[in-house]
Design a protein around this ligand. Structure first.
Ligand SMILES: NC(=O)c1ccc[n+]([C@@H]2O[C@H](COP(=O)([O-])OP(=O)(O)OC[C@H]3O[C@@H](n4cnc5c(N)ncnc54)[C@H](OP(=O)(O)O)[C@@H]3O)[C@@H](O)[C@H]2O)c1
Length: 297
């Protein structure tokens, strides 16, 4: 009988919503997990919960692993973590965050120049979807890098390969997110109008339930109208970031996205009005008549 191949050790850098979900999911499969987070106690708390180890720095975390998952909020976070890496010979870095195509192209070049392997894998689906292993992973990278990560990635969700270029994976992810966020925003505006004329959300739900918008209504109406203080699955400020990245990515290819730019303005206003840490669907509250924390009452 051949002896079983040991599972690789996986480091997760960034233990926010997505990084925590990835770490929890992989820990369930018996991977040895090393965690690093900028705010250290978050990594330590999670480590004691899932029987993982906390690292003191990104370098400490990557030196103890074969494969590294990045789950960082934005380009600045990505650059500030990656720029601490020096030689990373043989290390496989899987980036799961949502970033600008140009940024990830630079990150790939930097890691390859330092002996590492880079796999782009932005995720469609939130933390709960990852925890169920039902996310969609838009994967790009060189075949020899992707190969070693396949068995780990398939624990998180289904894999769609989009080629070698990491920009393609992020362009596809941003295309999806602009569709999702614009749609959620349109649903919020539709509810706002109906409510202003005395139509309650259950009636709107009933009507939409008989149309092509049925899934949208059942998935998002209760979520967007619940208390903005309720914990966010995907923070509104990160949705604003994704809209900005989509507009910039379009600009680089001479594609204008005026509706997305308008939604971006609205999301930026919502951040300014204190909704940045609310769930992105709660854009509903920005122009809601009963809302107490905005000026549009
Ligand atoms: N939530 C979702 O549903 C979802 C779905 C798909 C994709 N994404 C994408 O996945 C990524 C992570 O999202 P999330 O929801 O997990 O966000 P989150 O809960 O806000 O966590 C963000 C993580 O980034 C870290 N971070 C922020 N600024 C940093 C910096 N300058 N240096 C180092 N670390 C920094 C945070 O550390 P601290 O704890 O110290 O703040 C935290 O670990 C984002 O790119 C997001 O767009 C999210």
């Amino acid at each position: 009988m051949p002896s079983e191949i040991p599972l690789p050790t996986v480091s997760v850098l960034g233990t926010g919503r997505m990084g925590s979900a990835i770490a929890r999911r992989l820990a369930e499969y018996g991977y040895r997990i090393i965690l690093w987070n900028r705010t250290r106690h978050r990594a330590e708390d999670l480590a004691s919960e899932i029987n993982a180890e906390a690292a003191s720095t990104p370098i400490d975390a990557i030196q103890r692993a074969n494969t590294v998952f990045l789950a960082l909020s934005d380009d600045l976070a990505l650059y500030s973590v990656i720029s601490t890496f020096r030689r990373v010979d043989g290390l496989v870095v899987v980036n799961t965050g949502t970033h600008q195509p140009l940024t990830v192209s630079n990150v790939k070049e930097y890691l390859e120049n330092n002996g590492g392997c880079y796999v782009e894998s932005p995720i469609i689906g939130g933390p709960k979807t990852v925890m169920r292993g039902e996310a969609i992973l838009l994967v790009a990278g060189e075949q020899h890098c992707i190969g070693s990560t396949h068995s780990i990635l398939e624990k998180i969700g289904s894999i769609i390969y989009v080629g070698n270029d990491p920009r393609t994976a992020q362009a596809l992810k941003l295309s999806f997110n602009l569709l999702l966020i614009n749609t959620v925003n349109a649903l919020a505006e539709s509810l706002n109008l109906a409510e202003a004329y005395g139509v309650d959300k259950d009636t709107v739900k009933k009507v939409l339930g008989k149309t092509v918008f049925s899934t949208l209504a059942s998935k998002y109406i209760d979520r967007m109208t619940s208390d903005p203080e309720k914990p966010a699955s995907f923070r509104l400020r990160l949705a604003a970031k994704d809209l900005a990245y989509a507009v910039n990515a379009g600009f680089e290819k001479y594609v204008s996205l005026p509706a997305t730019a308008a939604t971006l303005e609205k999301y930026l206003l919502a951040v300014e009005r204190g909704l940045g840490d609310a769930d992105y669907t709660r854009i509903f509250w920005l122009s809601h008549k009963k809302s107490t924390n905005n000026e549009e009452k």
